[in-house]
Design a protein around this ligand. Structure first.
Ligand SMILES: [Zn+2]
Length: 585
């Protein structure tokens, strides 16, 4: 391999690094000063050797406020830097760099190979610099970052399933395996949300960056593998056979518009094609693939009704380990196609099709809506209760996250808000509940109209989506967005403070209910009154730390009041049932 030419030179330099490393430590390195705006990489894959060799160009932009003379480039610790030089107008000049291992859980190996590059001249703020780079190494199944914090090996390998192998190659990029250079501060899985915060910052800085990848492969197989690069079809540009071996090459280009990280998948897939979705499956999984494609086709009209026509095709690709954790990147879903359960397939497809139809770079909109679509799908397939039960499963996830902020500091209220959070529990599960509550408050037609009016290019501030929704209703929703979207005010906690009933002239009963909200977030909550032979449900808006009164008429003696059918996340559900005292004469 050509990279080896620089090897001995690098070796002596590395010897030097050992001495320099301590010098570099004296400076505080700003690892996140530079963003990568373009990647142009030639990737040679050798599946039999689990090996990857990369040469290419990257453009770095100084996103900090001060001139920067040092940049940090990080790749997985199982890869080694071979060469780094200046390119473009600066000429093909080698630059000084030292390499070392940097412990960080952003990579599956739990560490990164870091190149600390010193430029001849500082790069001004907003200035860019182009580098020629080369690195290589192996990418094997490795879950060190998980096993060292006590995750059982089997579970760890089903989570961190990235590897280069003959049957299946899956490289999920930043957050899993740094097969292309990144620049991040340390992420630590044993420190709460640290990994998600580092990854969130990285994705934010990389939004809009462009990656062109040329993939080259030698194969002794007559059927070339399928290459998936995010949701992009890669074009085969070479298929030359030389005896028993063929040389294959593909061109893939991807520009990120949402917060995702480039992901590369390579396997001998069969394909099930439907108008809105392509399902790539491994040998023997035909039945599960058909089931998935059919379920997606059935879910498609509901998704189109809510989120508009598909902007792009959805892609689903099979994972060989039946226990592998599914992974999504935009409208690409990687999941084991092992089951023929059509409900599970429909649920996954509803989520994925929503991504193919609706694009936002704001996670609470992008992911919140895709989960909301799953609840809508269950409601359509079964009933409202099925949707509420599904949301209930999600609720337990973020209720825990909310409990840690019982006495929210004001910076937490801002940091944990749906518009700023990097916590998946919040921008996925809590956001889903917020979308459901909005739908209950403004109605299907109004919410669909608001979603249809959304334009990615016009989404320049966090209040854009709330304003679109507010425009479709007469109701004041500012308090709701304040409690649930712009700030994290925790959850409401409703209880019946008092209830009195009296008989009306028409022999009905008029029940007056006072509901107290002990929580710091307001909501509109369903109130169900049970009477002999039936029940009646009304909705009541109760603001944070406030009370509200509602009158409910029942045809028979009211017996019991139940606040909240489960559609409003609440911190305490034990005080939601109220037995009514016998009626006065
Ligand atoms: Zn999603």
């Amino acid at each position: 391999m050509k990279f080896l030419q620089t090897h001995s030179w690098l070796k002596s330099l590395c010897f030097l690094c050992a001495l320099c490393a301590s010098v570099v430590n004296c400076f505080s390195l700003d690892r996140e000063a530079f963003s990568f705006t373009t990647y142009d990489l030639n990737v040679q894959v050798e599946p039999q050797q689990h090996r990857l060799g990369v040469r290419g160009k990257v453009t770095l932009r100084n996103d900090s406020q001060t001139p920067q003379k040092i940049a940090v480039l990080q790749i997985s610790s199982s890869l080694d830097w071979r060469a780094i030089s200046l390119s473009g107008k600066a000429g093909d000049k080698a630059v000084q760099f030292i390499t070392r291992t940097y412990t960080s859980d952003i990579d599956h190996t739990g560490a990164l190979s870091e190149a600390i590059v010193t430029f001849p001249q500082p790069v001004a703020p907003h200035g860019t610099i182009e580098l020629e780079i080369a690195y290589e190494g192996v990418i094997l199944l490795d879950a060190t970052r998980l096993t060292r914090i006590g995750t059982p090996e089997e579970v760890a390998h089903s989570t961190d399933w990235d590897q280069i192998d003959t049957e299946f190659t899956g490289l999920r990029g930043a957050g899993y395996v740094a097969w292309y250079p990144i620049a991040t501060e340390v992420a630590n899985l044993s420190e709460g949300n640290s990994l998600f915060e580092v990854l969130g910052r990285w994705k934010n800085r990389e939004a809009g960056s462009k990656m062109r990848v040329q993939i080259a492969l030698q194969s002794d197989n007559s059927t070339p593998p399928t290459i998936l690069f995010n949701g992009v079809h890669c074009q085969m540009t070479m298929n030359e056979s030389m005896g028993a071996i063929s040389r294959l090459q593909w061109e893939c280009t991807y520009q990120s518009l949402r917060l995702d990280a480039p992901t590369l998948v390579m396997a001998a897939y069969g394909v099930q094609e439907k108008p809105g979705i392509e399902v790539s499956y491994l040998n023997g999984h035909d039945a599960a693939a058909t089931n998935f494609a059919d379920a997606a086709e059935k879910a498609a009209p509901l998704i189109a009704e809510w989120f508009g026509p598909l902007r792009e095709k959805a892609w689903t690709a099979d994972l060989p380990d039946p226990k592998a954790a599914p992974f999504e990147s935009g409208s690409l879903l990687l999941t084991p196609l092992a089951s023929t359960d059509s409900k599970l397939a429909g649920l996954a497809a509803a989520h994925q099709l929503t991504h193919a139809a609706f694009l936002s770079f704001r996670p609470w909109i992008e992911e919140g809506l895709a989960h909301f679509a799953q609840a809508l799908y269950l409601e359509q397939q079964k009933n409202r209760q099925a949707a509420l039960d599904y949301m209930g499963l999600h609720r337990s996830a973020f209720s825990e996250a909310e409990k840690t902020t019982t006495a929210p500091r004001s910076e937490d209220a801002a940091n944990h808000s749906l518009i700023n959070t990097t916590s998946e529990e919040l921008y996925r599960s809590k956001a889903m509940c917020v979308w459901w509550m909005l739908r209950d408050m403004v109605g299907d037609a109004a919410l669909k109209k608001a979603l249809a009016a959304y334009r990615l290019k016009q989404d320049n501030d966090a209040s854009y989506m709330p304003r679109l929704i507010a425009a479709q209703t007469q109701r004041d929703l500012e308090w709701f967005f304040d409690d649930w979207v712009y700030r994290d005010h925790g959850l409401p906690d409703f209880k019946v403070e008092a209830a009195f009933s009296r008989k009306t002239l028409t022999n009905a009963f008029l029940l007056t209910i006072t509901v107290d909200n002990l929580g710091a977030a307001g909501a509109e909550v369903p109130i169900r009154v049970r009477f002999a032979g039936g029940d009646v449900t009304k909705r009541l808006e109760v603001r944070a730390k406030d009370k509200a009164v509602i009158r409910v008429e029942t045809p028979a003696v009211p017996q019991e009041i139940v606040i909240n059918d489960g559609s409003v996340p609440e911190s305490d559900l034990t005080n939601n049932i109220f037995k009514i005292e016998p009626v006065e004469k």
